[in-house]
Design a binder for this molecule. Sequence first.
Ligand SMILES: Nc1ncnc2c1ncn2[C@@H]1O[C@H](COP(=O)(O)OP(=O)(O)O)[C@@H](O)[C@H]1O
Ligand SMILES: [Mg+2]
Length: 227
Amino acid sequence: MTLSVSGLSTERSGRIILHPTSLSIEPSARIGLVGPSGSGKSTLGHALIDDLHRQGRIVAHVPQSPDEALDPLRTMRFHWHEAEAALGLPHDAPRQQQLFSALGIAHGDLRKRPWGWSRGMQQRFVIAMALIGSPELIVLDEPTSALDPVVAADSMDLLDRFLSGRQTAMILITHDLALAAQRVSQLMVMDNGCLVEQASTSALLNTPKTKAAKALSAHRNWMPHPC
Ligand SMILES: Nc1ncnc2c1ncn2[C@@H]1O[C@H](COP(=O)(O)OP(=O)(O)O)[C@@H](O)[C@H]1O
Ligand SMILES: [Mg+2]
């Protein structure tokens, strides 16, 4: 079912940091939310998740760093059980195994605390936790910017593969248009607290209309070059 929000806005310290924004997200959509740092991407992500939760929709969030999701004093097993309990679900070992295999962390030792796992494995664990409840939407906020590029690409490949053929929609928040362009079919551009442009990835890259989208797509040196 399509997810819809309308008139989302956010004010902080007397300043509007998100101007009224309406969105519709189709099942299985792959959307990149791009824009410069401070343009309001995370603010929109949080406002969207809060509103959809209020509507009773199942939406998951993956923060930039696994540190935001994992308590260094708790074991990985504790985090997993807590994530299941938060969704009102009983422990389900086959589901856990399926998600761990999909994210390439089946060899991880659940008795360890987060620092006993590599950063890449921690982030894939957090992504697996986000998928426990088969969410209608997963919002990933700069999910790989703390990882080295190879580990980051592996994590995104595993997620892509897992989501393929599923109904779960994805919003990938990033300031990195190159990363988004490889992963999503639609792009939304934020500038100064406003959603200024929405288009298919190819249309936005080839014929950007707004100043913000033109500035982002002007950095084209990352586009594949013929050898
Ligand atoms: N709690 C807050 N109080 C005041 N200003 C905030 C707060 N959170 C974010 N902002 C401001 O809102 C703007 C958008 O922030 P953010 O959504 O984090 O941008 P982005 O994710 O695109 O980098 C920034 O100018 C930021 O400084
Ligand atoms: Mg942000």
